[in-house]
Write a protein that binds this ligand. Structure first.
Ligand SMILES: [Zn+2]
Length: 357
């Protein structure tokens, strides 16, 4: 039986029983399956309320009546209607569930992602709409980890960071180290630093765009994500591992070791970077630093839920997992484009093209 991080596939299959009974297995089958509006609707309801107990997204109460002809519910407590999209990343979207389902399927399963141009063409919608959809789906792909890597047993964890974008586009930090070390991201800069950590036993990756590669910044990420008993492996070139012999690191991440041989390497996380760069270079050519976090979340979702010998997940499983994460999340256009109150606003961020073709 497979695992979705710390959730078991068994639980998923049980909850999604009705979907799994006749679930599509390929993209082609998924498009045909969800082209039926009633089926797309039923699948969305099934994922939104797995037990079948439809609760109001506003008040959480289950006192409602269903208006079958319009596929809406009326909440007796709020005296308001709601659809299956309310309270999910699809809220306020005029795009039909049939198209949403296909888009979820594609982003969950296309190894190198899917550009907004390609999605627009597939679904017959505008590129701008497809761009917004994809970013909302990335929001659903974001993991919300409530545990530290390494765990109580102090398992092995790799940590590494990489540069993406601008003049030093997609360059591993070891090639730019001396020139760019410690420079902040943002302002006139177009490059970004992504920090990544890999739990070797869980085979899970976590990523985060960080403002610089200063020691404190890197150490704080490790402190937040890695348990103190863990063995952390990392390249010693960057600041945090210059501190290997200092008290601070000894107190936090024990057994810090330099890159040498055997178990002491960062090959796992570097492999993740190469997959990420391939997606960025091949599919999302002009990514704004402001949005980079979401592209990393997307890549991490597919990586963390990839099929392995011990965990033979398929496309249907990844789709089902993603669908189980659409509720309780929102990403508005204003937040996305930085026209709202979002503090990380990049002045040029907007629904621009991701690729020149
Ligand atoms: Zn209500």
């Amino acid at each position: 039986m497979g695992n979705f991080g710390n959730k078991t596939l068994d639980t998923h299959v049980r909850l999604m029983y009705y979907f799994y009974m006749d679930a599509p297995k390929t993209l082609q089958a998924a498009i045909a399956y969800f082209a039926d509006p009633q089926r797309a609707f039923e699948a969305a309801v099934n994922f939104r309320w797995p037990g079948g107990n439809v609760t109001c997204p506003r008040c959480g109460q289950a006192k409602n009546s269903f208006v079958r002809t319009r596929r809406i519910w009326f909440c007796y407590v709020c005296k308001k209607q709601f659809t299956v999209k309310v309270g999910t990343i699809m809220e306020d979207s005029p795009i039909g569930l049939d198209k949403w389902m296909t888009a979820f399927w594609m982003l969950a399963n296309c190894k190198n992602g899917i550009s907004s141009y390609e999605l627009a063409k597939t679904l017959g919608i505008r590129q701008n709409s497809a761009w917004f959809m994809l970013h909302r789906i990335r929001e659903a792909m974001k993991s919300s980890p409530d545990f530290q890597f390494g765990g109580n047993e102090g398992g092995p964890v790799e940590a590494d960071e990489t540069f993406v974008g601008g003049k030093i586009k997609n360059t591993h930090r070891k090639h730019v180290r001396s020139k760019y070390r410690g420079q902040p991201v943002g302002g006139s800069s177009t490059k970004a630093v992504v920090m990544g950590m890999l739990d070797r036993e869980l085979r899970q990756v976590r990523t985060k765009v960080i403002p610089n590669v200063k020691r404190d910044t890197l150490q704080n990420e490790i402190l937040a994500n890695v348990s103190k008993r863990s063995t952390a492996y990392a390249d010693d070139a960057i600041g945090h591992f210059d501190l290997a012999e200092k008290e601070f690191v000894h107190e936090t991440v024990n057994h810090l070791q330099e890159y040498v041989r055997g178990q002491v390497h960062t090959n796992g996380i570097e492999n993740f970077w190469s997959l990420f760069k391939r997606t960025l270079n091949g599919t999302y050519v002009a990514v704004e630093p402001f949005h980079l976090d979401r592209y990393a979340d997307e890549q991490a979702f597919r990586y963390n839920n990839r099929a392995t010998k011990d965990n033979p997940l398929n496309d249907t499983d990844r789709f089902a997992l993603l669908m189980s994460q659409v509720g309780g999340r929102r990403l508005t256009y204003a937040q996305l484009t930085g026209k709202g109150t979002h503090t990380l606003c990049h002045p040029e961020a907007g629904p621009g093209p991701e690729e020149p073709f």
